[in-house]
Design a protein around this ligand. Structure first.
Ligand code: ZN
Length: 183
């Protein structure tokens, strides 16, 4: 299962709206396997397909403690149903906005309708971290990042720093030796 490259902000692809999946087949399951592997490797607790450059409505997640048995979750074409009026606040981070964490308010509970790994329809009642995480990942499907929920001033500052870091990284990569010795 190959590990895929995770896009980081301000990559414009992260602003795309993802398309519904037509069929849960082996090709899609291969994508979900890759996404899960990529997420564990990062490491992170959730990943949307657009974060690896695939604009499809697919999310993988695992909220188990690192010492426990893995509990992978797969959501295809997820929809949020009846989000609660009461909100909870979590310090959120994102593999596409590396090294930045900000508090975000979201409904503390919701139901999620989705297709699972085998293409069967499921409904899940989500609360706590699971509710926050699924809503964070759902945002990715609409081209929204968690930093869109914070003040514009803070967001612009983060994006500016990320852009600068990427430019620096690109220069370093170009300067790296290209002979076979390092392979
Ligand atoms: Zn994210």
């Amino acid at each position: 299962m190959p590990i895929r490259q995770i896009l980081t902000a301000p990559d414009p692809r992260l602003r795309e709206i993802s398309k519904p999946v037509k069929k849960v087949d082996d090709e899609l399951r291969a994508l979900m396997d890759d996404m899960l592997e990529t997420m564990y490797d990062a490491p992170g607790i959730g990943l949307a397909a657009i974060q690896v450059g695939v604009p499809l409505r697919v999310i993988v997640m695992d909220l188990s403690d690192s010492d426990d048995k893995p509990e992978p979750r797969y959501f295809v074409n997820p929809e949020i149903l009846d989000p609660s009026e009461d909100m909870s606040v979590y310090e959120e981070g994102c593999l596409s906005v590396p090294d930045y964490f900000e508090s975000v308010d979201r409904p503390s509970q919701c139901r999620v309708k989705y297709l699972d790994y085998d293409g069967n329809e499921q409904i899940l009642v989500a609360q706590g971290l699971l509710a926050t995480c699924i809503q964070h990942e759902m945002d990715h499907l609409e081209g929204v990042l968690f930093i869109d929920h914070i003040s514009r001033l803070k967001r612009d500052r983060i994006l500016k720093k990320l852009k600068k870091e990427q430019r620096f990284k690109k220069v370093m990569d170009e300067d790296a030796p290209t002979d076979g010795l390092l392979q």
